[in-house]
Design a protein around this ligand. Structure first.
Ligand code: ZN
Length: 145
């Protein structure tokens, strides 16, 4: 199996079996609703930020496989991380999607999300892949206001 095929399977698996789908309510929960009109993707991200940690993170939404898989990979990866670490991983992901080279340690930090590396070659899909991460970015910045 080629790496491309493997990555494609990882993406489809996340899209079909999203890891942290659902809604969060209650204290310390930030909800961010974002759309990608060019593709029709829609994501609502729920993050419970408490004591400087991403205590819980879930999403709902619909759209193409890339947008949903990316949200699933991100929620899977960031749950339980500190806010600082979540931001660091987000920045690495955005760097990868812009086609910049990553170090081995950076690739490892991305977990399954490394499977979206090839999206960098398809500018029309970049917004699909970054939608959930932009929602995270917005959520964290709203919280620190
Ligand atoms: Zn899309």
């Amino acid at each position: 199996m080629s790496l491309d095929d493997l990555y494609r399977q990882v993406i489809l698996d996340h899209a079909q079996h999203p890891r942290a789908r659902g809604v969060l309510n209650g204290d310390h929960v930030i909800a961010v609703d974002l759309k990608n009109p060019t593709c029709g993707d829609h994501i609502t991200l729920y993050v419970r930020l408490q004591d400087g940690n991403v205590q819980d993170i879930r999403f709902t939404g619909e759209g193409c496989s890339i947008s949903q898989a990316s949200a699933s990979m991100m929620t899977d990866l960031l749950k339980g991380q500190s806010v600082g670490e979540a931001e660091r991983i987000k920045n690495i992901f955005l760097k990868m999607i812009q086609g910049e080279a990553l170090t081995e340690a950076e690739e490892e930090a991305l977990g399954d999300a490394i499977a979206l590396k090839g999206v960098a070659q398809f500018p029309a899909r970049i917004k699909c892949a970054t939608l959930a991460w932009k929602a995270l970015e917005q959520g964290i910045s709203e919280q620190s206001v």
